[in-house]
Design a protein around this ligand. Structure first.
Ligand SMILES: NC(=O)c1ccc[n+]([C@@H]2O[C@H](COP(=O)([O-])OP(=O)(O)OC[C@H]3O[C@@H](n4cnc5c(N)ncnc54)[C@H](O)[C@@H]3O)[C@@H](O)[C@H]2O)c1
Length: 418
């Protein structure tokens, strides 16, 4: 049943979205399992949940799993370019309230987020910290209604920790990003594969033999660099952390400063969670034809205003690729307006990877609504039991069995004597 409060592009796209949802459902055995469990337990009965995530099919299924658990669910996008209008239409048809459309302007995007809060949530799932930020700012009147929530990504956790440190965080948040089953697989293997999927399908250019500069060797950067190497590229890493820089070197990559790397790259991928990592001085020395994209959460890693100011001409040369012609005639290319390339120019992480991440989200949300009133208004780690449970569910779905500790081994590992 369509919900009339929704703000979406076109409800008639619902059948297309349903096909996409059906595909992911047939590849997300962990969420299938949790959906069934939630249908009988109804952990969200009587509660409203607002979800701010990249609105494509995998996220759509997560929203439906929470709905199956008895929750009333509203969704809004966490990036204007990652929303898929057909998926959103299918969600609305399945009774979920949605405030999102692809390519929303900044004003529309903020309106959508505000509408998702007008929905009156008791719990939230956030991606990048925008809902939390609104709730602790202009929407603070709503704070007492919130039991707690879950945060999806590294940048959101950084913002949450800043809020916690300043003593202003008013409800408990689960750091889902920091669970092992999240960053080890989603940030590394998910980002690694999907960033190259996004670049390849958008540019249709060869990667082998070219120089790829990966800016930031965190969990995502490791994945992007590993897959670039697999595609046959020469890979350069830039870092500001000496330990990560040594790790990159020992993983077989060249490490250098950005001013040096800027001269050499054919492809640049920013993945730092930091701002202006490609800026003025770098644009000045880049090779003609260099392609840039961002895989970090916000579109601030490549300084677009610097790039625009240096350009004598800007034009779209292919869907999702803008050409910036510099005064000296060099042409630099920016993919997907510098927004998350794997989502704004692709379908995001592979389905099976998001099955792990969203299993963590669903179980963490259940944990927070069941325990939230007892938990301090802090950033909480996902309990190790949930992490291990998700890992076991994944192994089970793969038909892989692992050994168990014997009693003697358990005793040995927990004793300090011989
Ligand atoms: N594209 C996706 O689907 C996706 C998935 C997960 C996370 N993310 C986002 O990607 C970003 C990185 O996440 P992560 O989990 O890899 O974080 P991380 O903290 O593990 O890694 C970030 C790395 O960037 C480095 N860095 C910071 N400033 C730098 C600079 N000026 N130059 C070079 N290196 C610099 C840091 O030292 C660190 O090693 C975050 O914004 C996160 O939210 C994106």
């Amino acid at each position: 049943m369509a919900n009339n409060n929704s703000m979406i592009r076109d409800l008639t796209l619902a059948p297309l979205g349903k096909v996409k949802l059906d595909w992911v459902k047939s590849h997300m055995p962990l969420l299938n399992n949790i959906e069934e469990q939630f249908r009988s337990e109804l952990p969200f009965k009587g509660l409203k949940v607002s979800i701010c995530l990249h609105l494509e099919a995998k996220t759509g299924y997560l929203a439906q799993v929470i709905q199956a658990g008895g929750g009333e669910v509203a969704v809004c996008g966490s990036n204007p370019l990652s929303t898929q209008d057909d998926v959103v239409a299918a969600l609305v048809e399945s009774g979920i309230t949605a405030y999102a459309w692809h390519n929303a302007t900044d004003e529309e995007y903020h309106l959508h987020m505000n509408r998702a809060l007008d929905f009156g949530p008791n719990a939230i799932i956030d991606d990048g910290g925008d809902l939390v930020s609104l709730l602790h700012g202009e929407r603070s009147g709503q704070l007492k209604e919130i039991i707690g929530g879950c945060e999806e990504t590294t940048t959101g956790i950084v913002r949450l920790k800043a809020l916690e440190k300043s003593g202003l965080l008013r409800f408990p948040m689960m750091a889902v990003n920091d669970a092992y089953c999240k960053y080890l697989f989603d940030n590394r293997y998910g980002t690694g594969q999907s960033v190259w999927d996004g670049i390849n399908r958008t540019t249709n250019l060869v990667v082998a033999g070219k120089t790829v500069v990966v800016i930031g060797y965190g969990w995502c950067g490791k994945g992007v660099a590993m897959r670039a190497k697999g595609l046959g590229a020469k890979v350069i890493i830039t870092e500001i952390d000496p330990i990560k820089a040594i790790e990159a070197y020992m993983d077989g990559f060249e490490v250098m400063t950005m001013p040096e790397a800027a001269k050499q790259g054919d492809f640049f991928v920013t993945v730092t969670g930091n701002r202006d990592v490609i800026a003025n001085e770098h644009f000045d020395v880049m090779k003609n034809g260099a392609l840039m994209c961002n895989a970090g959460h916000f579109d601030i890693e490549i300084n677009k205003s610097d790039l625009t100011a240096r350009a004598v001409k800007i034009r779209e040369v292919r869907k999702n690729i803008d050409e910036y012609e510099m005064k000296d005639g060099r042409k630099l290319y920016l993919i997907a307006e510098g927004r998350l390339v794997n989502l704004a120019a692709g379908d995001g992480h592979p389905v099976e990877v998001m099955d792990l991440t969203f299993a963590l989200q669903a179980l963490s949300l259940k944990h927070i609504v069941q325990n939230g009133r007892l938990l301090k208004a802090e950033v909480h780690s996902v309990p190790i039991e949930i992490d291990r449970n998700v890992a076991y569910l994944r192994l089970e779905s793969l038909g892989i069995h692992i050994d168990q500790l014997t009693k003697e081994q358990e005793n040995y590992l927990s004793s300090w004597t011989d």
